[in-house]
Write a protein that binds this ligand. Structure first.
Ligand code: HEM
Length: 115
């Protein structure tokens, strides 16, 4: 593998955190909470099964992946259709020290959308 010989039965750990924080794939603002990067066609074209692994991969990958995708899409579509979200003025994101690149808290104004 890339010139390295990995003997049979060697335990291998895939550094998912490092892969999910590779600026060559995700851009220079990789440490920022920026969901809009998913709309960037250049970034999207680089994403593959080998560099985006939220559900793991291989024979022990997540059994609930399809259910989780369905749940996320159905819940998000109901929320987005019925509510409007605005950041409270002056709010700035504070990234968590380690783990998911999500803010530790968000000050949001949520209002119901009337049809
Ligand atoms: C956003 C939601 C979820 C995420 C990010 C997630 C992520 C993961 C990850 C990273 C693994 C380890 C895979 C590996 O070792 O390669 C895993 C395993 C597993 N997940 Fe999920 N999961 C989610 C939701 C669910 C749901 C909804 C279910 C069941 C209804 C589920 C059932 C399982 C099971 C049974 C395993 C163990 C599979 C095995 O060892 O063969 N997960 N999940």
């Amino acid at each position: 593998m890339n010139g390295y010989v990995i003997p049979k039965k060697t335990p291998i750990i895939i550094p998912i955190y490092a892969i999910h924080h590779d600026p060559l794939i995700w851009g220079d603002d990789v440490e920022c909470f920026n969901p809009s990067r998913w709309l960037n066609p250049e970034i999207k074209s680089k994403i593959s099964n080998s560099n985006f692994l939220p559900f793991g991969d291989g024979q022990a990958n997540c059994l609930g992946m399809k259910l989780a995708h369905l749940e996320l899409k159905s819940i998000l579509s109901v929320i987005i259709r019925n509510f409007e979200f605005k950041l409270v003025e002056g709010f700035t994101f504070q990234k968590q020290p380690f783990g998911l690149t999500k803010p530790s808290a968000i000050d949001l104004c949520v209002s119901k959308v009337d049809y």
